[in-house]
Design a protein around this ligand. Structure first.
Ligand SMILES: NC(=O)c1ccc[n+]([C@@H]2O[C@H](COP(=O)([O-])OP(=O)(O)OC[C@H]3O[C@@H](n4cnc5c(N)ncnc54)[C@H](OP(=O)(O)O)[C@@H]3O)[C@@H](O)[C@H]2O)c1
Length: 242
């Protein structure tokens, strides 16, 4: 099966007008922990309801998560596929993926075996490196999962955004964790805006993922543009990235 988008990448256009606006949308304890393992169930449920409501209101054409977070949505055990051909390393759009919002994940080493083609109706799109095997591409096409490429062996997140804009028409992308992928977008200067829900809870668990997990580097200055006190004493902070 050939890809529907076989033309070569034009990095200038991709880097410019076609790159979606990125809004990071997250919920955390006051100390930035993002995994509810030790949180009271009622607070977690309240956060989930508020989080999903704001997710809808933000109106993204796509939401994007890291490989670890996307793994939680996979169903069943991996079912291997064997490629009967070599696949071009170009965007492949599944026949059922005609409209967003899209559920996007970064999976440079092809570790994800979803066995589903959508999450709550949102078609899945994988961001891959060109190093992945033809067998994995056969698996994705068999399962109706779209994919793009954004680097030979490592992912160029800026390029990935441009390809998502060009090939899927994504104009606003909600970056929704976890800390690893958020940290990578932050370190690359690719976050435009932040929507952060703070729960009235102090966690402090050592070694847990936080809002941004990245190697040490220059901190990013933000411009506060909104603070709302929501039900259950949840704070909604909105920032622009300067
Ligand atoms: N509270 C919230 O709002 C919220 C939201 C989302 C998730 N979470 C929680 O966060 C936890 C997971 O967080 P996490 O930080 O461990 O994982 P994550 O951010 O979901 O995924 C991290 C993985 O993404 C890939 N990745 C990150 N940066 C990359 C880059 N520059 N290039 C290519 N790939 C890159 C890597 O995959 P490879 O290892 O395959 O290279 C990395 O291991 C889960 O428990 C989840 O429930 C909470």
């Amino acid at each position: 099966m050939g890809g529907r988008f076989s033309r070569p990448l034009s990095s200038e256009r991709l880097e410019g007008e076609l790159k979606p606006r990125v809004i990071m949308h997250m919920g955390s304890s006051i100390d930035g922990r993002i995994v509810p393992e030790h949180w009271p169930d009622d607070l977690t449920e309240q956060l989930t309801e508020i989080y999903e409501g704001i997710h809808e209101a933000l109106g993204g054409d796509a939401w994007c998560v890291g490989r670890v977070t996307m793994a939680d949505f996979a169903e069943g055990e991996p079912i291997a596929a064997t490629a009967m051909q070599a696949y071009a390393r170009t965007t492949w759009k599944a026949p059922t993926a005609n409209a967003g919002p899209y559920a996007v994940a970064v999976d440079r080493y092809a570790k994800l075996h979803m066995n589903i083609d959508n999450i709550n109706g949102d078609p899945i799109v994988m961001i891959l490196s060109e190093d992945v095997s033809d067998d994995h591409l056969a698996e994705l096409q068999r399962d109706g999962i779209s994919y793009i490429f954004a680097g030979a062996s490592e992912i160029d997140l800026s390029l990935a955004l441009g390809v998502l804009g060009r090939d899927f028409g994504i104009r606003t992308l909600l970056l929704e964790g976890g800390g690893g992928i958020n940290g990578s977008f932050l370190a690359s200067g690719l976050i435009d805006e932040i929507s952060l829900l703070i729960l009235p809870i102090a966690d402090g668990s050592a070694g847990m993922p936080t809002t941004f997990d990245r190697p040490a580097g220059d901190a990013t200055r933000l411009l506060l543009k909104g603070v709302d006190r929501l039900p259950h004493d949840v704070l909604h902070l909105r920032y622009d990235v300067m």
